[in-house]
Design a binder for this molecule. Structure first.
Ligand SMILES: NC(=O)c1ccc[n+]([C@@H]2O[C@H](COP(=O)([O-])OP(=O)(O)OC[C@H]3O[C@@H](n4cnc5c(N)ncnc54)[C@H](OP(=O)(O)O)[C@@H]3O)[C@@H](O)[C@H]2O)c1
Length: 293
């Protein structure tokens, strides 16, 4: 397959490029600040020119405004990048016969549901980030017939700041840290997600799929497990969200059901604890050396 990836310098984009290249695909990775192949996805003319010159089979859009709290104040930029840009991508892909895979989020849900969310459950985002991401999904659905939207959540992995790396970097200098214990989700390893994305592309899947690691946790559970795996003595103290107020409201319980993914691919996603172990094992050496993962 000939694959064009936008946002290739991000946490997920980097892994998608790696997995696709490993599978023998012709991969072109672009990003807004990538000097060799810059592509700003808010620029419809540049998108069209890239598609005409590269003629990919798939465009995988990993670019987004991902600073959830930043979206609350930088609203126009968030709408431009998360809501309108996916529409530009969809229309250009439709015109030039390119399949589009777009990444979305559990934050399209309000998080009040006890059971895991399925792909057909109604979206009701509570933050600007969630609203813009949902508007991006709608723009994709309206702009192109063959689309694949993958909703995921709570990503960790190399090549980008994430909750696990933040916690480990804090924990090495502190005796105790307080972490929110009343928000639930499924921590997801960027490498597992990238493999799942490549599999869906290979199967020619279309529509919306939820993809995340198996099992669920609170941020407290995730922090505690990561600190245990690194073998630090730091105490992790569970606190309610009310004790750690942030600008953007978060869904309290936005666990995603991956049943549709499992039925389409015959593959179970790995349990988050196992994948967290792989991430930490793989990057622990780097962590011990520099204190950064
Ligand atoms: N991280 C999570 O926990 C999480 C959870 C659920 C869903 N998602 C979704 O997963 C996708 C990938 O997220 P991620 O965590 O990999 O994000 P990320 O690490 O922030 O990467 C996003 C990339 O997009 C680039 N970018 C920014 N503006 C751009 C533009 N105008 N044109 C082209 N590229 C641009 C960024 O460059 P700069 O850094 O230079 O701005 C960055 O390299 C996103 O759709 C996100 O909404 C993420």
């Amino acid at each position: 397959m000939n694959v064009l990836i936008t946002g290739v310098q991000g946490l997920l984009g980097h892994e998608v490029a790696h997995v696709c290249a490993g599978a023998g695909d012709t991969v072109t990775g672009t990003d807004v600040r990538l000097p060799s192949i810059p592509l700003n996805i808010t620029d419809p003319v540049a998108i069209r020119a890239a598609l005409v010159s590269l003629r990919p089979d798939w465009l995988v859009n990993c670019a987004a405004y991902t600073n959830v709290d930043g979206c609350e104040t930088d609203r126009e930029a968030a709408w431009e990048l998360n809501a309108r840009a996916p529409g530009h991508l969809a229309r250009a892909c439709e015109e030039l016969g390119v399949k589009l895979l777009h990444i979305s989020t559990d934050y399209v849900f309000n998080g009040t549901r006890e059971a895991p969310y399925t792909e057909t459950d109604e979206a009701d985002p509570v933050s600007v980030y969630g609203k813009t991401k949902y508007a991006g999904e709608v723009a994709v659905r309206e702009g192109i017939e063959h689309y694949l939207i993958v909703r995921t959540q709570w990503l960790f992995g190399p090549h980008g700041k994430n909750f696990v790396s933040t916690i480990l970097n804090l924990a090495k200098d502190r005796d105790r840290i307080s972490v929110v214990n009343d928000q639930w989700g499924s921590p997801t390893y960027s490498k597992d997600l990238a493999r799942a994305i490549r599999l869906l592309m290979e199967r020619g899947a279309s529509g919306i799929y939820h993809v995340c690691n198996r099992g669920h946790a609170t941020w407290y559970d995730l922090a505690k497990k990561a600190i245990e795996l690194v073998d630090l003595p730091t105490e992790v103290v569970p606190i309610p969200t009310t004790e750690y107020p942030l600008p953007a409201p978060r869904p309290a319980r936005s666990i995603l059901s991956t049943k549709r993914f499992v039925e389409a691919t015959g593959k179970l996603m790995p349990a988050w604890q196992i994948s967290l172990g792989h991430y930490i094992k793989e990057y622990l050496f780097e962590y011990r050396k520099t204190g950064l993962v």
